[in-house]
Design a protein around this ligand. Structure first.
Ligand SMILES: Cc1ncc(C[n+]2csc(CCOP(=O)(O)OP(=O)(O)O)c2C)c(N)n1
Length: 661
């Protein structure tokens, strides 16, 4: 068999496994795997450094299928190259409940899936973080230990999505030259020809943002190989526009939208078998071809042995530091540093905004946790995300620790996920809470994947004042709390801010959002405890025996709750104040604890400068909610809180009234 025949048959193995799996599931997307099979075959057989037996090997190349609907491409490759958990049986159960072969690739379902993709363009957004993490780790540990590529396969849809613009301009700016993007340029999407909706010159677009751009025939193995060779030598990220035919090989449906997202049907599959000269029955790969693919898996792994040798030869401290970071474990001194810092705060009682106390906590954290990588979407001075240890990363200065993400909230959040997924770094970002809307699709995926991305969101209420309702979040806390597996934390003072940071850093199975104020807040936790009370989600901050009123509050409204308590106590009422830094963590407590914190007082009040949604859990349907009922307004903070009735007086008055009914 000639090399070219061998290539064709190896690529056809991907095509038929994909066709057969989609047919059996009676659902899925055969077009992309069939069209991109040649690109994938060249990449995996000739370039990709990976090891199916050690799928988490740190110096492996990363392959990201941004066009996640083409998931059978990835699953076929994982099966063919010998990933143990990707069995033929899994392919036969494509898209079935409980299988590893979910409709779209899901991180953690099967080894070899580097990130969850499906929302078009997200994988591309992630890839910028992967490629940046590689450069950062390379700068810290050297070429011998960290030297790998990030390859992405993106479709027309990924490039049409807005996120692609944020991703490509950031990657171009940072000169992430080990990022190589294949554009599966088949000119077809669901509605039909891409020309129905888009006429962008993609090569010019990428070139304008500092990319190296190449074009090739996506079915010509030699041309693809040549393009990758050139791309690998580039000093810039590379776009390879690979012209392909969607559904390549299907006699009547190839090149049309009919093959994008529906099974081909028995007749078309039979005709494709004939056209491509494939005699094997469904799900059977001829043994010589399967052997050839398995050999690819074995050969590719050969780079791992020498790498392990190199790792064993470096300085022992460096090695254990590298291994610690890649395991995602925090350094030894971290807990004590937080405890000592909290004790200091409780005695000094600073009156600062939580965005500032977050910065103060970060100053401590960044001193003891060298793997944190901070950043902001052009609001560094407002988000307070930069500390003395974090100098700006730029092209060629990857050893630094701060990313000026530019005004790209979604690109930032997606890159954050890529940084977290790559491992070795713990990323945090910054923007205004209101603009979490711009970042939300990636924040949701961080939750779905269960990864440690940390989103700093300042200016967390009408308390930001004069910028007005376009910038004042009202529904955002509720909206973010609605995302499963997302720790939305709203600290009340500097002590809680330190605790929330501790939680965020320890949380390696859920992302965190820290909602922080612009306005100054007093220290309310004046008695030091080593225990991280915020970890309980809600806790009694100011107790009362047999309270007749319980006030629940978060963040800046905890101060208001405490003042309301003083007013009510002046009238002889017994009032308990509960600080609620995190709903999600509260739900993780046992039922007894939850019942105790919620209590049985006659009147329950919640104070939060956001909407009521979610608060009935604490105060019941008949509880009193002091907060926002619509959008905010532009004005001074003291006027705004009064205007919207979010004051201690209003809370006390409402509670008093309820006590007397
Ligand atoms: C954010 C987002 N919007 C819409 C979709 C639904 N969708 C899935 S594939 C697709 C068309 C993609 O076209 P293309 O990238 O050219 O893929 P191909 O037709 O080549 O498989 C659309 C609209 C999605 N998955 N994600």
């Amino acid at each position: 068999m000639s090399n070219s025949e061998k290539h064709d048959r190896m690529a056809n193995a991907i095509r038929f496994l994909s066709m057969d799996a989609v047919e059996k599931a009676n659902s899925g997307h055969p077009g992309l795997p069939m069209g991109a099979a040649d690109i994938a075959t060249v990449l995996f057989t000739k370039f990709l450094k990976f090891d199916p037996k050690n799928p988490h090997w740190p110096d492996r190349d990363r392959f990201i299928l941004s066009a996640g609907h083409g998931s059978m491409l990835l699953y076929s490759l994982l099966y063919l190259t010998g990933y143990e958990d990707m069995t033929l049986d899994q392919l036969k159960h494509f898209r079935q409940l409980g299988s590893k072969t979910a409709g779209h690739p899901e991180y953690g379902h099967a080894t070899g899936i580097e990130t969850t993709t499906g929302p078009l363009g997200q994988g591309f957004g992630n890839s910028v973080g992967f490629a940046l993490a590689e450069r950062i780790m390379n700068a810290h540990f050297g070429d011998e230990i960290v030297d790998h590529y990030t390859y992405v396969l993106a479709g027309d849809g990924c490039l049409m999505e807005g996120i692609s613009q944020e991703a490509l301009t950031l990657a171009g700016h940072l000169k992430l030259n080990k990022l190589i993007l294949f554009w599966d340029h088949n000119s077809i999407s669901i509605d039909g020809s891409v020309s129905l909706a888009d006429s962008t010159d993609q090569l010019a677009r990428f070139a304008a943002s500092g990319w190296n751009t190449l074009a090739c025939d996506g079915h010509d193995a030699a041309a693809i190989e040549n393009a990758i060779e050139i791309a690998k030598k580039s000093d810039r990220p590379t776009l390879i526009a690979a012209k392909t035919t969607i559904g390549f090989g299907a006699p009547t449906k190839a090149g049309t939208n009919k093959v994008h997202g529906s099974p081909l049907g028995k007749d078309e599959i039979a005709a494709t078998r004939k056209a491509l000269g494939w005699d094997s029955p469904p799900f059977e790969v001829p043994s010589d071809i399967l052997d050839a693919w398995r050999l690819v898996g074995l050969n590719s792994a050969k780079a791992r042995g020498p790498w392990e040798k190199r790792l064993s030869e470096i300085d022992a401290d460096q090695r254990s530091e590298f291994e610690r970071r890649m395991r995602g474990e925090l350094p030894g001194g971290f807990d004590q540093a937080i405890i000592d810092y909290k004790a200091k705060l409780s005695s000094e009682k600073p009156k600062v905004a939580t965005r500032k106390s977050s910065e103060m906590a970060l100053e401590v954290i960044n001193g003891v946790v060298p793997e944190t990588i901070g950043g902001s979407a052009d609001l560094t001075g407002s988000n307070n995300t930069k500390t003395s240890q974090t100098k700006a990363i730029s092209a060629g200065a990857y050893g630094n620790r701060y990313v000026h993400f530019g005004i790209r909230e979604l690109g930032m959040a997606a890159a954050l996920n890529g940084l977290a997924l790559h491992g070795g770094v713990i990323p945090y970002s910054g923007t205004f809470l209101c603009f979490s809307d711009y970042a939300r699709p990636a924040m949701r995926l961080a939750s779905l994947m269960g990864i440690r991305s940390i989103f700093v969101m300042t200016h967390d209420s009408i308390g930001l004042g004069e910028d007005g309702p376009t910038h004042q979040p009202v529904e955002h806390l509720a909206a973010l709390r609605a995302i499963p597996n997302h720790l939305v934390m709203r600290p009340a003072d500097a002590v809680e801010a330190a605790e929330c940071w501790q939680i965020a850093l320890e949380s390696d199975k859920a992302p965190s959002t820290l909602a922080l104020t612009r306005q100054n807040l007093p220290t309310v936790r004046t008695d030091h405890t080593d225990e991280n009370l915020s970890r309980r989600g809600a806790y009694v901050l100011s107790a009362a025996d047999d309270p007749d009123v319980t006030i629940f509050a978060t963040g800046s409204e905890v101060e208001i709750a405490l003042n309301a308590k003083t007013l009510l106590a002046g009238h002889g009422h017994r009032v308990q104040v509960v600080s609620v830094p995190c709903f999600e963590l509260f739900e993780q407590q046992d039922a007894d604890y939850q019942a105790e914190v919620i209590g049985t007082s006659k009147v329950k009040v919640a104070i939060e400068a956001g909407i009521r949604l979610g608060w009935d859990r604490f105060i019941g349907l008949d509880g009193i909610f002091i907060g926002m009922h619509g959008f905010g307004a532009s004005g001074e903070i003291s006027d705004l809180y009064k205007h919207f009735g979010i004051t201690a007086e209003a809370a006390a008055e409402a509670a008093e009234k309820a006590l007397h009914t």
